[in-house]
Design a protein around this ligand. Structure first.
Ligand code: TNX
Length: 620
């Protein structure tokens, strides 16, 4: 029986009235939720009881989350009583794992039970999301009744690895911003923060035994403007843009993440993407020729950005680096990158050639594999497991490596078939740096990954053992993300979609229902001053040539219940303009098509204005 209502949210009307209660709008959607009549009201006299000392920190976390908006703090007591009860189950259920929880809200009591504090933490997220949206504000909210609807929820995640990656190399994000990012992802029950700490444009972590990595590697010339189009650093130009995290910063952030049950997986990207490191220590490169940290100008194949695997000193330095990394991060995994390694300098380097000969390697691909295998041994000696981007398959995979599949799913499938653990993060579903809708109204980037693309992601391919798929993550590369506000814009709501993909069962997902919840979470984010993209409201513009070779324009929307209006007469469209019904013919001599969407009689999306010749180009 349990099973029958497992995937449903049922609404029982209250006995006294037939008024249907608004559906609860939790993201990610819980496995099993029943909404009953009535509410539990939090007042300043409400007490949080913990039946176990381990739960005191999560109770304090909850109090901190609500006291700004409520204007009062709740008392926390050990034991049980009338009020909010957090309970570690004394009959621990081994089938439901550390992250599951049970929640029962009645008008008199809240009972949140789990095997471990992790589960209580996720139950708290559910509770917080059921409070009115004003709860997200950090300042006092007057005249709000802090009611939580009566519910019965049983919930547990689909995957153990539910992550987001932030690239802090291309653009630097401060300690406080990194914490905010971790806090935001934890609110959606994500539990991995993959921290991309080094790349060609900056080395971001203090390594005490190699100080030049940050003295030199963390600073570049200041630039704005399109990535890859930038003017390289000029002679004598100061290097004023950058930053790095000290050991103290890292410890503070690791603790902050731990308090939110988030594991930080640090990434030091080697042997490619290493220009910042070799600018600091040229002796670990093949040619010793790189001087300036890249500012976002084109350089691939011209300036060296790979470590030299022919020289022993490279491995000596790497050992120093990873000794400190392993000491700072409690995670069982360390990510060594391994992606997009340009091997042209290796081909011409006598040390690399000698290494190829001595190790009886076939080519530079096997040299890369040699490098990664050595890295695996180095990490294993420090009790850490190696994760790498899917290029680590090339030339032969290291025996115990975990693979992060980004160039589609194929390499993940291949690795899983060889018995390796895999994290799925294919670009077309998981790349948060891509356009999320019509490009002409978005900040410049490349390719497209809509909210629905993220939502429709299925991490487990048919042909592999599902147990080898640890889960997935969204990746925010920061070439075109110069500010934290924009990092938020690129992350939400796609990050919410991915949070649901990684937490909620496949059967329990539903796009239309998700969109209604997203709209509710936009309101919550506004109160929390968190930025997000409303790109799902923008029209989708698809020019095509009809059977007679005549250019026509198909307009569409990603979500339902939007109306589309357009003009060809160089005026701004509104709901009195022609309404889109079927693909458009372009009137003779028209120069621009303008489009706007409406929802509930109000403008919903951004106005799109496209030159006809641009539309023409899109067909070619
Ligand atoms: C590929 S994904 C990269 C990154 C870029 C990203 C831009 C991966 C392992 N490497 O270095 O930032 O594309 O989308």
């Amino acid at each position: 029986m349990q099973f029958l209502w497992y995937f449903l949210v049922l609404v029982k009307p209250p006995k006294s009235s037939l008024k249907v209660i608004k559906e609860i709008t939790i993201i990610p959607k819980p496995a099993n939720a029943i909404l009953n009549a009535g509410n539990f009201k939090i007042t300043k006299n409400t007490v949080i009881f913990c039946n176990n000392n381990d739960l005191l920190p999560v109770a304090e976390y909850m109090v901190a989350k609500i006291s700004g908006a409520m204007g009062f703090s709740l008392q926390i007591k050990e034991g049980t009583g009338k009020g909010i009860n957090f309970k570690i189950s004394d009959t621990a259920d081994s089938t439901s794992g550390n992250e599951s929880y049970k929640l029962q809200v009645t008008p008199k009591n809240i009972e949140l039970t789990a095997n471990k504090a992790n589960g209580i933490f996720y139950g708290i997220q559910t509770l917080l999301q059921m409070l009115p949206p004003q709860i997200k504000s950090s300042s006092l909210q007057q005249n709000v009744e802090w009611k939580i609807p009566c519910v019965e929820i049983e919930d547990s995640p689909r995957f153990p690895w539910r992550g987001l990656m932030l690239d802090v190399s291309r653009h630097f994000f401060t300690k406080e911003e990194v914490k905010a990012y971790i806090d935001q992802l934890a609110e959606y029950k994500m539990n991995v923060f993959h921290w991309h700490l080094s790349d060609d444009q900056g080395w971001r972590i203090e390594i005490k035994s190699l100080p030049k990595l940050t003295e030199i590697g963390a600073w570049r010339a200041e630039r704005v403007g399109d990535w890859w189009q930038r003017e390289p650093r000029q002679e004598n130009e100061p290097v004023t843009y950058g930053g790095f995290y000290t050991h103290e910063d890292i410890k503070e952030i690791v603790q902050y993440a731990k308090d939110r049950f988030v594991e930080i997986v640090p990434e030091i990207d080697v042997p490619g993407h290493s220009l910042a490191a070799i600018a600091a220590y040229p002796e670990i490169s093949c040619t010793h020729s790189v001087k300036d940290i890249n500012v976002g100008n084109k350089f691939y194949t011209v300036d060296e950005n790979s470590l030299c695997p022919g020289k022993e000193i490279t491995f000596e330095y790497l050992d120093k680096i990873f000794t400190e990394i392993a000491m700072l991060f409690p995670s069982e995994y360390i990510h060594v990158g391994g992606d997009e390694c340009y091997k042209g300098f290796w081909s011409k380097c006598p040390d690399c050639q000698k290494r190829i000969q001595n190790e009886k390697l076939k080519d530079t691909y096997e040299l890369q594999s040699y490098f990664i295998k050595r890295m695996e041994k180095m990490l294993e000696a420090k009790n850490k497991k190696l994760v790498g981007w899917d290029e680590i398959l090339e030339g032969g995979l290291a025996p115990n490596a975990t693979v992060m599949s980004w160039r589609g799913m194929e390499n993940g499938i291949k690795a899983a078939k060889e018995g390796h653990q895999v994290i799925m993060t294919p670009t077309n579903h998981c790349y948060l740096d891509l356009y999320q809708g019509e490009p002409s109204v978005e900040p410049a980037t490349y390719s497209i990954c809509r909210l629905s693309d993220s939502y429709n992601f299925e991490p487990v391919p048919d042909e592999v053992d599902p147990n080898l798929i640890l889960g997935g993550q969204g990746n925010l590369w920061s070439e075109a993300v110069p500010t934290f506000r924009h990092a938020e814009y690129m992350t939400w709501p796609r990050g919410w979609a991915l949070a649901e993909v990684f937490w909620t069962s496949k059967e329990n997902k539903n796009w239309e229902n998700f969109v209604t919840r997203v709209e509710d979470h936009f309101v919550r984010a506004d109160f929390g001053k968190i930025n997000y993209a409303r790109s799902m409201y923008n029209a989708i513009v698809t020019p095509f040539n009809d059977e007679n070779g005549i250019l026509k324009i198909k307009l569409d929307t990603e979500i339902k219940d939007l109306k589309i209006f357009f003009t060809f007469d160089n005026t701004n469209p509104d709901s009195y303009s022609p309404k889109y019904e079927t693909p458009l013919f372009i009137p003779k001599n028209a120069t621009r098509l303008r489009i706007i969407t409406y929802k509930d009689e109000k403008p919903a999306g951004k106005m799109i204005s496209l030159r006809i010749d641009e539309l023409q180009k899109r067909v070619l």
